[in-house]
Design a protein around this ligand. Structure first.
Ligand SMILES: C[S@@+](CC[C@H](N)C(=O)[O-])C[C@H]1O[C@@H](n2cnc3c(N)ncnc32)[C@H](O)[C@@H]1O
Length: 324
């Protein structure tokens, strides 16, 4: 039996998630009394709690209502130093302005899903236990993984498996899924996992053959790359001068997008081969705080193996425009 949920939902696992790169995030953002911080991925509230203990006020956003309920419970001792809001971080300007919140001193994004989401079978993110094939962080919106698996074309499934899962057998797996769904629609996590396993021809090895497929479906149904592109485009404008942005990614595609976007915002001049000379960059408003991404220490990976692919990048809003 899983331990009972602190909110009392029968049969649910207790919420659990260990914040990754916590020390590094605290060093980068240096939260302090008098500051207002947006935690765009509240999750279990681990990063938020550390920032609240350092004296900052925190607005925590999550699109998962279960995460939100847990974090509100966990952080209730902080009273009105903490405020939780439901929504997608790609909508944060509207969500903040509806609550009368203006520019902030820091924004934290710790992307992906929490350990709770991954481990709770009813959420349909993983195939360790059987559950509905869902994988939405906000089950009230969008299409589920089952909808996608049962209706997308073989080409679309192949693209998703290849692009988001970096799955070398994307073509084969997409064909197998289409063949099986024609016999009977695929509604559960274990059925999909066994289709992939059968097609892969083995279940041994370090990783289950369906691991990348499940990751890919999760990224697709939650439009994770689209949401990240949106939030990155808007975040610098909502930082006070000198305000800081910290982003933790878990996937090379995400890290590349973060790296390229932060680099773009931190270049005073833009140059293209067809231009006679470099031109001022109208988006120039950040200074990079991390030339290279920061990875977790060996010790952290040993204690929390799920942190192994985490990468942290940060930038600071310029206090004034530097003359070109
Ligand atoms: C890795 S967990 C964050 C863990 C948190 N930092 C902690 O210390 O407990 C990511 C959380 O962000 C949420 N999330 C992911 N993408 C989101 C988005 N686009 N908008 C809002 N919340 C999102 C997920 O629901 C999940 O709860």
């Amino acid at each position: 039996m899983p331990p009972s949920d602190p909110l009392g939902t029968p049969g649910r696992r207790a919420f659990h998630h260990q914040p990754v790169l916590l020390r590094e995030v605290m060093e980068l953002l240096a939260p302090a009394s008098g500051q207002l911080i947006l935690d765009g991925t509240l999750g279990g509230g681990g990063h938020s709690e550390a920032m609240l203990r350092a004296g900052a006020r925190v607005v925590g956003l999550d699109q998962d209502e279960e995460a939100l309920a847990h974090a509100m419970q966990r952080l209730r001792e902080f009273g009105d130093q903490f405020c939780a809001m439901h929504g997608n971080f790609r909508d944060f300007p509207r969500i903040l302005s509806e609550s009368g919140v203006g520019p902030v001193d820091a924004i934290l994004l710790d992307l992906g899903v929490s350990s709770y989401q991954l481990d709770e079978p009813t959420r349909g993110f993983s195939f360790q236990k059987d559950g509905p094939l869902d994988a939405r962080m906000n089950p009230r919106v969008g299409v589920s993984a089952a909808d996608l698996v049962n209706t997308a074309s073989a080409e679309e499934l192949e693209r998703i498996f290849r692009e988001y899962g970096e799955e070398p057998r994307a073509h084969r797996y997409a064909q197998a899924v289409v063949k099986e769904r024609n016999q009977q629609p695929i509604h559960t996590t274990l059925r999909l996992a066994s289709i992939i396993e059968k097609c892969a021809g083995h279940s041994g090895g370090k990783r289950h053959p369906a691991t990348r497929v499940f990751q890919a479906l999760r990224m697709a149904v939650n439009d994770e790359m689209g949401a990240l592109a949106d939030v990155l485009r808007m975040a610098p404008k909502y930082l006070k001068p000198g305000g800081r942005l910290a982003i933790i990614t878990f996937h090379s595609l995400e890290d590349r997008l973060v790296k390229q976007t932060l680099r773009h915002f931190s270049q005073p001049l833009l140059d293209r081969p067809e231009w006679p000379e470099p031109r001022p960059n109208p988006d120039f408003q950040l200074r990079l705080l991390t030339r290279r991404s920061i990875a977790p220490s060996e010790e952290e990976v040993r204690h929390n193996p799920r942190s192994r692919s985490a990468r942290l990048r940060g930038a600071e809003r310029l206090t004034s425009h530097v003359p070109y």
